[in-house]
Design a protein around this ligand. Structure first.
Ligand SMILES: *[C@@H]1O[C@H](CO)[C@@H](O)[C@H](O)[C@H]1NC(C)=O
Ligand SMILES: *[C@@H]1O[C@H](CO)[C@@H](O)[C@H](O)[C@H]1NC(C)=O
Ligand SMILES: *[C@@H]1O[C@H](CO)[C@@H](O)[C@H](O)[C@H]1NC(C)=O
Ligand SMILES: *[C@@H]1O[C@H](CO)[C@@H](O)[C@H](O)[C@H]1NC(C)=O
Ligand SMILES: *[C@@H]1O[C@H](CO)[C@@H](O)[C@H](O)[C@H]1NC(C)=O
Length: 469
């Protein structure tokens, strides 16, 4: 098993972190001295506790009234101030939204840091590698099959081929800054358009229109769009004039989608990593997962995160009901203070772009290492914290650069002119330096989730390094 190597840091930073760890050791020794029991020094808990207090400070500074209450080195409660108007009423359970939310920060940091290394587009190599990948998993991604399995793989390929690249079309660290744009009516209160367009990639949602009318609020740049089933009908109109925008279908492929895809040139894929059970998370979270699997910095716009929300509105249409604003807001704030996203909203718009109160990358990496170590220790699996510790299934891909990444043999004339090349089949040398470095560090291995939100059990597919080196 390979162990994570220390990265080369400037001498001063290294000296400071050595000093910090040394003082934690001293404190640990002292406290065990005073309690009279000598236990081997374990730094995981002090590191995580230190992280928690930074998180708490971050929530206090940025949370617009939210506060974090530490329970232990992993658990924290985010509380809205007493008297917060919880207008969301659940008819089914006859309750208002609670004002407190408990989170396991250790789990959250493991989950979201893992997304930075994931492939979140469904590929042929994934289906080939995963046990019963075609028979069972592929079947679940095709609406028409119902509860049936892929007894006939050719039949299933016919459904999926239009959306199934051979290998990952996008890479971890491919972009530096990405904007994820939600659909909130909030967006009309600000003019984030130019700022959004300044990102390396912009990810939008379902039927969100992009045009001159809304340009100053939501920008004009279009790179990715996550869509759900219901959006298929309007897609041709929405995509008008944007052949490059990559569509990523969040749920399942079905007849309407395939008919629509044959009429457009846009690259289309299926999202990998959705929870195929009831209670799937919202489009917002999926967009963030997608963004994090390709981008270093994820800026979010147009998500309802500010206090005082009474209704869920969309910038281009009338309000919809059925969302739980407080729960979402607390979770987004947690994510911001875990360094996963940066929140942009009307109430924060006038503030300086200052992220110094968000824990640093260094601190997050340390907390991640400690959380992983602690988790493995609790599971009785000391040692072996290498990059591939969660790889349960290994697969092998064909050599990079041979054969099409995307496209099926049965292309309509429209699809034959698809612009898949804008991002994918990008020569390795044209990839961003950080993406190439990551690829080499991962020894050409792509990581895929086996099941939605679970941390363990990855499908890992090895690509030859030969042509890249
Ligand atoms: C809470 O919100 C509801 C719906 O907007 C409003 O009718 C009510 O007056 C509000 N209550 C307080 C205390 O602000
Ligand atoms: C499998 O499906 C294909 C395409 O629909 C069909 O042509 C073929 O006959 C099927 N094979 C079997 C064994 O049913
Ligand atoms: C689907 O695409 C693959 C790879 O291009 C090809 O080998 C296979 O024959 C296609 N299947 C069908 C049913 O078109
Ligand atoms: C597509 O956009 C162009 C302008 O960019 C407009 O003239 C045309 O009517 C639009 N077509 C549809 C179907 O909306
Ligand atoms: C992610 O990849 C980097 C290499 O770029 C590696 O150092 C790190 O351990 C990986 N993290 C996880 C959670 O897999």
């Amino acid at each position: 098993m390979t162990r994570p190597r220390l990265s080369r840091k400037p001498a001063l930073v290294r000296l400071l972190s050595v000093a910090a760890v040394f003082s934690i050791i001293l404190i640990a020794i002292q406290s065990s001295f005073f309690t009279g029991s000598w236990t081997p020094v374990n730094l995981d808990i002090p590191i995580l506790s230190h992280f928690q207090s930074n998180l708490q400070q971050c929530v206090a500074n940025r949370g617009l009234g939210l506060t974090a209450h530490i329970i232990d080195h992993c658990n924290v409660i985010l509380k809205f101030p007493q008297g917060t108007n919880s207008t969301w009423y659940n008819e089914q359970f006859k309750i208002f939204e609670p004002l407190e939310y408990k989170y396991d920060v250790c789990e959250a940091i493991l989950l979201w840091e893992q997304y930075r290394n994931m492939t979140t587009v469904l590929t042929r190599e994934y289906l080939d590698s995963r046990p019963d990948g075609w028979f069972d998993y592929a079947a679940k991604r095709i609406a028409q099959l119902g509860a049936d399995k892929c007894y006939n793989q050719t039949l299933c390929e016919e459904h999926l081929n239009l959306t199934l690249p051979a290998k990952p079309p996008f890479h971890p660290r491919q972009f530096r800054r990405c904007a994820v744009v939600g659909n909130s009516g909030d967006l009309l209160k600000t003019q984030f358009g130019e700022e959004i367009d300044s990102h390396d990639a912009v990810i939008r949602d379902n039927e969100a229109p992009v045009n001159e009318k809304y340009a100053k609020h939501v920008g004009l740049k279009r790179d990715f769009r996550l869509i759900v089933r219901g959006a298929a009908g309007n897609m041709i109109k929405i995509l008008n004039g944007s052949d490059d925008e990559v569509l990523i279908i969040k749920s399942v492929i079905h007849r309407d989608f395939n008919a629509m895809i044959k009429k457009i040139r846009n690259p289309v894929y299926l999202f990998q990593g959705i929870v195929l059970r009831r209670g799937a998370k919202g489009t917002g979270m999926k967009s963030i997962e997608l963004a994090l699997s390709m981008c270093d910095i994820v800026d979010i716009y147009g998500f309802t995160v500010d206090p005082g929300y009474t209704e869920w509105t969309r910038y281009f249409s009338t309000p919809r009901k059925g969302h739980n604003p407080l729960q979402g807001r607390a979770y987004y704030q947690l994510l911001e203070c875990l360094g996963v996203i940066r929140i942009h909203s009307p109430m924060r718009a006038k503030r300086k772009q200052d992220w110094s109160d968000v824990p640093s990358r260094e601190m997050i990496n340390n907390a991640h290492r400690a959380a992983l170590h602690l988790k493995k220790k609790q599971a009785g699996q000391e040692g072996g914290l290498g990059r591939f510790v969660n790889c349960k299934v290994w697969g092998k891909s064909g050599p990079y650069g041979t054969g099409p990444v995307s496209g099926s043999t049965d292309m309509t004339d429209t699809r034959k002119e698809s612009n898949y090349n804008r991002w994918e089949i990008m020569p390795f040398e044209s990839l961003r330096k950080e993406a190439r470095k990551h690829y080499m560090q991962m020894e050409g291995v792509s990581l895929y989730k086996m099941d939605g939100n679970k941390l363990d059990d990855l499908v890992c597919v090895k690509h030859p390094l030969k042509s890249e080196a």
